[in-house]
Design a protein around this ligand. Structure first.
Ligand code: KG4
Ligand code: ZN
Length: 368
């Protein structure tokens, strides 16, 4: 069966077409192409463990992402009104491109999937209304998907046989949270940020220094050759033993160092400063994974969300996993930042468990 997925929760307009054996008739027959995760080690360096179960033989036939970075960059952050207007302008072309690249017509689509939230309401409503219209016209089921579940499930597209229980660290521009997944589609929140998300902290420091938006990739690029030990940051600790995060202290510490050392975008020690900040963010995140792993004893670890593109974080995460003797998985970079394939992945898992949900035209968007 074919699923068309749409994601417009923030500042990326994305559409994807996925193919999977129909769970209503599937007998374990091979998929259209060899499964993407069948290699022992994928190009992204993530590990796969054993053959994938037949129900999960999902292929990404297309996954088109149109970023609005250029529109929001002058403002140093996403302007919600501009984001929703841009989604309206581009969504028809992006969905068309996803179908063309997949070589699939709308008449072949069996299931529609769309991000319902959390995100910017105006942006979400564009994707949601578009998906409702298609599902209604073509009389096909529509599944509303939680964006955060999408991030957590992205990894399973490339590595469907990840062993449960899974400890997942989700790090994006709006969220930083740890989840325990004891079985497919079950997500127990273990801890989340009490203030800024990690990506938000990176974005704010980059904005303060006038480096551009989004901050994470710029900081990574400019700090690549810097010394990560050059500036004295301390790993933030919450007073209780909870697994919650706090990045506002780190951000304030960074602003203090910027003032003390007179760091500007042209400063000779900019690379050292950025590398040190990135390093402390990565170490803080991985420190929480270590504490959570001690508590819940997972079999596997997953890192996901836009900040999971960061090489320093990926490295620290894999180092910890090796020490702990746990299998660790990180999606390829394109599946870390917002994309529609991850939304389709959740919908397909839900559909496989209860085939035949109807098109609910009352499906509403939610901001948080
Ligand atoms: O998941 P995502 O695409 O959108 C949200 O759901 O928020 O994440 C966007 C976040 C931004 O804060 C951006 O700065 C960060 O991901 N990001 C990175 C990198 N690429 C994107 N952070 C660090 N290093 C990167 N290479
Ligand atoms: Zn996201």
């Amino acid at each position: 069966m074919f699923v068309l997925a749409i994601e417009t929760s923030c500042d990326e307009t994305s559409a994807a077409v996925l193919h999977t054996p129909d769970p209503r008739t599937h007998t374990g027959v091979a998929s259209r192409r060899p499964p993407a995760g069948s290699a022992e080690k994928s190009a992204s360096g993530t590990r796969t463990s054993g053959p994938r179960p037949p129900e999960a033989a999902t292929e990404i036939l297309s996954n088109i992402v149109l970023s609005q970075d250029e529109i929001h960059a002058p403002y140093g952050g996403v302007v919600p009104e501009l984001a929703s207007r841009q989604h309206i302008k581009t969504i028809t072309a992006i969905v068309g491109e996803a179908l063309t690249r997949a070589k699939v017509g709308l008449e072949a689509i069996d299931l529609y999937a769309v991000t319902q939230g959390p995100g910017l309401i105006g942006s979400l409503l564009v994707g949601l209304s578009f998906a409702k219209g298609l599902a209604y016209y073509h009389k096909k089921p529509l599944i509303g998907v939680d964006h955060l579940e999408g991030h957590l499930e992205a990894c399973f597209l490339e590595n469907p046989a990840i062993a449960y229980p899974v400890l997942g660290l989700l790090v994006s521009g709006g969220h930083t949270a740890l989840y325990l997944m004891e079985e497919p589609l079950s997500y127990k929140l273990l801890g989340k940020t009490r203030d800024d998300a990690a990506g938000e902290a990176l974005d704010k420091i980059a904005k303060f220094l006038g480096l551009g938006y989004p901050g994470g990739p710029v900081i990574e690029k400019l700090g690549r050759n810097g010394d990560p030990k050059a500036f004295p940051f301390a790993v933030p600790r919450t007073k209780d033993r909870s697994l919650d995060f706090s990045f506002s202290g780190l951000k304030t510490g960074a602003l203090k160092l910027i003032r003390e050392h007179g760091i500007t975008k042209d400063h000779a020690r900019l690379a050292d400063f950025l590398a040190s900040f990135e390093e402390i963010v990565a170490r803080t995140l991985v420190g929480h994974v270590r504490a959570a792993a001690d508590q819940v004893q997972p079999r596997s670890l997953v890192l996901c969300g836009g900040v999971a593109r960061n090489t320093r974080l990926r490295t620290r995460f894999q180092e910890f996993a090796r020490q702990a003797g746990l299998d660790a998985y990180v999606p390829s970079p394109k599946l870390c930042t917002d994309n529609a394939a991850m939304v389709g992945a959740v919908a397909l898992k839900r559909f496989a468990r209860s085939p035949g949900p109807s098109t609910d035209l009352d499906l509403d968007a939610f901001a948080r």
